[in-house]
Design a protein around this ligand. Structure first.
Ligand code: ADP
Ligand code: ZN
Ligand code: ZN
Length: 731
């Protein structure tokens, strides 16, 4: 009897595909195994989603699969179900969701299990040979020297820069031989004590939180709302101790810029177990290796950024999302999934607890905690000896500014620096100046492909568009009037660094932004130097704002935050509250009291006042009420449809046509089409349409009906369009 399979393929069509299984294939097809299939003119690797003994397609239309790659499903059932659920929720195909979930190497057909390794070792002759013998053949000598210390994995030959010709020569002469080393899955950690370092004695709040977490059995989501420096990580570590001692694994997700060696080392130091690390900087092979360690159960701790969410665990124990409010958990390109929401779903499917931790929880999580859907744990005390910080506003209206710095701030900096402490300045604009202006005619140089100004990068001698990457040499003459009197408008981190070096010649300055950390490992180097006290003034963008623990920083200054207060995005106040609180939280984290000063032209701004006076917690709760009244998320649910085209009319036409497909009433609304806040990017006009529904279910139902009709619209062929469910950024 012929079998048929349904296959999820990594193509943007929202469906699975049917194939027959030729009897010549000896492996029995099972759900979740990979298969290679013909697709148009190419061959693709996909996952079997169903096995059937008949198929409704006419026989002539059914093609046979080429190969079955796995005897068993490569993902646990829970993750298979998760991708299925996510595909439906984010309105994409399961094949597309699986593409997000699987490491590249597996998508290309690599083995799911660690293979036996083939290694080079010295033969008896080789062991007896003296290094002298290879004096004239340095490449061979290097190999012999290496093999005298350890065996050589074939996979490492290139990495170690050893010569293949040298290996061959040595092999031909009988000095070395190749052996196979069997890979044994090492699960010994599951049966032995794993604590490697004496934990801190928990303070009462921490102890209560850990006790509450230890009581969780099966699925439960828990929001840990703990002010910065309250010792949340310490709580995670204590919770992990029990999980790991029970022989279960933990998956820890952190924001992109939070995954520093310092973070990883905290977990490595505490436990004597394998920690698998997954982030975007890995090669395909490194990623595969980490995936295998997690999937086989060898790694007790898996720590990674957004996409690590999909890493299988043989013995699932707990999922922890640190800094759960961080925007990097939402994927912005392609399928816009949210790792936090999927983590909660995964916990549900695997029947394990999920911890969400933050000093500044997202309103989504806060709402769930306040309504009782999530448990809610509060940490209001700073851990150890750290005290609460002092905060102040510097009203800079009519004040003279030196490159953005007020005299009051400069004086305060001096006090802290003279006392031997570190000062952190936050300025969220990299580059020298955020715009290039003509001193004669006032013309501001604008990107020719975007609705945005060029940023001046003086060190590079370039003007760059931060939206599309467009760059030119700094022009000598104004594009409008030809004048040579061009100057930077506003202050970026590059310029501020120069000025600080002049103002404080005795206090070394370090700048941390995307430009100074481009090289691999450079962020770590800077952070280490800061910890060693080599720098006294720390200047940076968002990258410096989050997660880091700088015990010697006693003063934090925020410059030019007014822009962040005025944004079209309804999340702007929430984001500002988070940013301010996180940046402020870098001050006074150890024994020294901290001060935070904020420069603004908007000292009366109610949002600003609210955050400073009442703190993020209360501010967020009142924001939540406002969102409820305004029928905005998390009260209502959103789906953003984006369309972009070279001719704005094409995008508008499509969105209007979609709008016409919607059956509107009190519980389901459509806003738009309207231009996106950045309405031209990389030469294309961008329009958006917002669908809003009172319940998730309603949004799901409505759009599932509309979606197939959109695919049929003639307008849909004239522009690119994409969907963003629960959009985090309206840009
Ligand atoms: P958070 O993650 O909430 O910002 P951390 O867990 O990083 O806080 O803790 C901040 C600092 O306080 C760290 O240096 C940590 O080692 C220390 N710490 C945490 N808990 C305790 C405790 N119970 N006793 C002493 N020090 C602690
Ligand atoms: Zn541009
Ligand atoms: Zn000009």
């Amino acid at each position: 009897m012929t079998l048929f399979v349904e296959v999820a393929l990594p193509v943007p069509l929202r469906q699975n595909f049917s194939y027959s299984v030729p009897t010549t294939i000896a492996i029995t097809p099972v759900i979740g195994a990979r298969v290679k299939v013909p697709f148009g003119r190419v061959q693709l690797i996909g996952l079997i989603t169903a096995v059937m003994d008949q198929c409704s397609l006419p026989p002539a239309k059914i093609k046979p699969i080429l190969e079955i790659l796995d005897q068993q499903a490569i993902l646990p059932e829970s993750l298979f179900k998760l991708t299925l659920w996510a595909a439906r929720y984010y309105f994409c195909s399961q094949g597309q969701m699986l593409t997000q979930a699987l490491p590249v190497a597996l998508r290309k057909g690599a083995d799911t299990n660690s293979k036996d390794k083939s290694c080079w070792v010295l033969s008896q002759t080789g062991k007896e040979a003296a290094l002298e013998q290879f004096k004239k053949a340095p490449a061979q000598r290097k190999i012999i020297q290496y093999l005298q210390q350890q065996s050589l994995e074939s996979a490492d030959i290139n990495l170690l820069e050893l010569s293949r010709a040298g290996l061959k020569a040595l092999h031909d002469k009988g000095f070395i031989k190749q052996i196979d080393v069997k890979h044994e899955v090492d699960l010994s950690w599951r049966h032995k004590p794993v604590l490697d370092e004496q934990p801190h004695k928990l303070n009462p709040e921490q102890a209560i939180a850990v006790a509450a977490i230890n009581q969780l059995t099966g699925y439960a989501t828990c929001l840990i709302e703990g002010i910065t420096g309250s010792g949340k990580t310490e709580v995670y570590l204590a919770a992990l101790e029990r999980i790991i001692n029970e022989g279960k694994q933990a998956l820890i997700l952190v924001p992109e810029i939070g995954l520093t060696p310092q973070t990883i080392n905290r977990f490595k130091r505490r436990f004597n177990v394998t920690v698998a690390v997954l982030h975007s900087g890995l090669t395909d092979n490194q990623r595969l290796h980490a995936w295998r360690q997690a999937s086989a159960g060898e790694a007790a701790i898996i720590i990674g950024t957004r996409s690590a969410l999909f890493t299988p665990m043989a013995y699932p124990g707990i999922i922890i999302l640190d800094e759960e409010h961080d925007a990097s958990f939402k994927q912005q390109e392609g399928i816009g999934y949210h790792a936090r929401d999927l983590a909660v779903m995964r916990g549900n499917l695997e029947k394990i607890p999920v911890l969400l931790g933050s000093a500044t929880p997202s309103l989504e999580s806060l709402q769930n905690a306040l309504s009782g859907r999530y448990r809610h744990l509060l940490l209001n005390q700073r851990a150890g000896n750290a005290e609460k910080v002092k905060q102040g506003i510097i009203d800079i209206r009519n004040q003279p500014l030196n490159t953005g710095l007020s005299t009051a701030l400069i004086n305060e900096m001096r006090l802290h620096l003279d006392a031997g402490n570190q000062v952190l300045l936050f300025l969220n604009r990299r580059g020298f100046a955020p715009a290039l202006i003509c001193h004669e005619c006032g013309y501001l140089h604008e990107c020719d492909r975007c609705d945005a100004f060029f940023t001046v990068h003086q060190a590079l001698g370039e003007i760059c568009c931060h939206h599309c990457g467009n760059q030119y040499a700094i022009p000598r003459q104004c594009h409008q009037c030809g004048s040579t009197m061009l100057m930077g408008q506003g202050v970026g981190t590059e310029q501020l660094e120069q000025v600080l070096t002049q103002l404080f010649p005795d206090h070394p300055v370090v700048r941390i932004d995307r430009d100074t950390t481009r090289l691999k490992g450079s962020l770590e180097q800077h952070l280490n130097a800061i910890h060693k006290g080599e720098y006294k003034i720390l200047l940076g963008t968002q990258m410096l704002a989050k997660g880091h623990h700088f015990p010697d920083v006693t003063l934090v200054g925020l410059l030019d935050v007014d822009g962040a207060l005025f944004s079209a995005d309804f999340r702007a106040p929430e984001r500002f509250g988070q940013l301010y609180t996180q940046v402020a939280g870098r001050a006074g984290r150890a024994n020294k009291p901290g001060t935070v000063l904020l420069q603004t032209h908007q000292s009366d701004n109610p949002i600003l006042r609210d955050i400073l006076h009442r703190g993020y917690g209360e501010f967020a709760r009142s924001q939540l009420q406002e969102r409820n009244q305004a029928q905005l998320p998390p009260a209502w649910h959103m789906l953003l449809i984006r369309a972009e085209s070279h001719d704005a009319q094409d995008a508008d036409n499509l969105l209007n046509a979609i709008c016409n497909l919607c059956q509107l009433d009190d519980d389901f609304e459509v806003i738009g089409p309207i231009p996106a806040p950045l309405d031209k990017k990389a030469g294309k006009y961008r329009r958006q349409l917002m669908l809003q529904a009172k319940t998730r279910a309603r949004l799901q139902l409505e759009f599932e009906q509309i979606l197939p009709q959109i695919d049929q619209l003639p307008e849909a062929k004239r522009c690119r369009w994409s969907l963003d469910r629960d959009p985090q950024d309206l840009l």
